[in-house]
Design a protein around this ligand. Structure first.
Ligand SMILES: [Zn+2]
Length: 82
């Protein structure tokens, strides 16, 4: 069972200090380009976002007592903020 990246929009905004569900990501495995909000979200010991095209891992996020442990994969295309 999974939801999608939009389900953790608030958490992602806290981590990145910006709204990223509309950010596009190029997958390291299949090269597909998808919005973060369209990625598949799996909840286990931590949160895992997976590529909606091939299922490879896009991000792992663990919430620790005083911090977030974040691992990102692929290329996240962040718009510049001026
Ligand atoms: Zn992929």
């Amino acid at each position: 069972m999974h939801t999608d990246g939009n389900a953790i929009a608030g958490l992602l905004e806290e981590i990145f200090a910006r709204e990223v569900t509309s950010t596009e990501r190029v997958c390291q495995s299949c090269r597909a380009r998808n919005r973060i909000g369209d990625h598949q979200l799996y909840r286990g010991a931590g949160l895992v976002l997976r590529c909606p095209s091939c299922g490879d891992v896009a991000a792992c996020i663990a919430t620790l007592p005083d911090s977030y442990a974040v691992s990102l994969r692929g290329m996240w295309l962040m718009d510049r903020q001026t």
